[in-house]
Design a protein. Sequence first.
Lengths: 413, 151
Amino acid sequence: MSAHAKITAFDPVAARAGFAILGREVYGRPLVYLDNAASAQKPRQVLDAMRDFAQDEYANVHRGVHYLSAASTERYESAREAVRRFLNARAADEIVFTKGGTEAINLVAASFLAPKLQPGDEIVLSVMEHHSNIVPWHFLRERQGAVLKWVDVGDDGSLDVEAVEAAIGPKTKLVAIAHMSNVLGTVAPLKEIVKRAHEKGVPVLADGCQGAVHEIVDVQDLDIDFYAITGHKLYGPTGIGALYGKRAHLKAMRPYNGGGEMIREVTREVVTYADPPARFEAGTPPIIEAVGLEAALAYLSALDREAVATHERDLYAYARESVRRFNWLKLIGDAPGKGAILSFEAEGMHAHDLATILDREGVAVRAGHHCAQVLMDRFGVISTTRASFALYNTRSEVDALVAALAKAQKILG
Amino acid sequence: MDDSLRELYQEVILDHSRHPHHYGALEGASHVGEGYNPLCGDRVKIYLTVDSGGRITNITFEGKGCAISQASASLMTDALIGRTAAEAERLMGGFLHLVKGEEAGGLADEDRERLEAMAGVSAFPMRVKCATLAWHTMKSALEGGDAAKSE
């Protein structure tokens, strides 16, 4: 049997064994971790890879000629290749390592869009964006007079490709859209959006921080210009993410941070810059984290990801069905084909009160605006409660959520 | 139920949050303060009138928020109406200690008794800000006069 043999079908209970933290208790109750859209737990393979690497092979990359530096560089570049494979990019030099998804988007704003932006130029984005895909564009509005064009979602949270297309005008310089909403779970029709945008000569950036976790991403098939991911939601470590950018775009982009590693030559008078991706990776990169990210991607890729997706959708469907008995609970986001995120408003109960009670039952959910205040505004709410599912969640955890909700309602309702 | 949870969501807190005292805008207020909790997006607006002798003659509040923040604001209006600014200052300091589980100096026995219901918050560090929002807003309204902001 090959080491890379896929596990067909998917057993979440077996998968849980690889996540020690899922076996712990909080307040004397089994932990039910349903805050995965905020950050996922990390399997043993990731933790082992990072520790082993730091223990046996670590040194700075791209610098020394010594043994460990060469070994470290090889591991770092191997991680880049793993990201390339994961996103099916054409070449590894189209993958820039960043601190996370936020930095990836900021990099595009500062180095791709800012230099070509005239006052009045437009950026199209949807109301379901995370603040990380809003604030960098607000910077360009504040500093360069860019105009933000907002695409609304339907009442069920669905994002219509026609609405995106309608927002694109002659002054549009970029479409920036979440592949999957961190609140609604809505999956954007990305391929169609890219096609329509490209017909008008407009590049597209996708915030893939949620999407890459739950969807199988092929940046060549999408023909997308930029795709941002973050490691920690992908069962990998914090402190690392990546930007995919088409080579022609990256080559034309000006540097972002200045420092070591990103130069060709520095003199007293001038500086010349390295080619991408090094041009955008100033300073010592997150090397141990890159090794962890590669392990996380290897972990995911060894699973039957279709089966994982089916399992997660089943959890959502089961949760959705289970909460129907609560006539005080209103779902926010119920678009067809959406990912496994259950966001809701509870009549007469504030999300933070609800989450506090759930917490004492061992159920970890997120309450608040989820860094998506534009979306909260769209639905006329201040905050929502969100249960977001990962591959290791089970139906019995949905039952625990539902029991905790019933209890909360008894206390607060 | 978890004891600390029972203490947090005791009847008096839930009563105040469902039927807050002194809720609404106050016509002719001499001081107004707005508070915002960026963590949850909750907002509160405090109106008060201070007479020429420096006594707080009325306080009202508006806003949406969790049970803790609403109850705390409601209890605060009860506790501070009729006080001088200096008395209010001392009481606010005592309250902040109370919800952080610290020795609540500056609270007279009757005030402590009145506000004791909020002490349960101290077992929930993530929720202390909910309890203090209205109080910080009140403080900045008193100090800053019209339309003070507080975070």
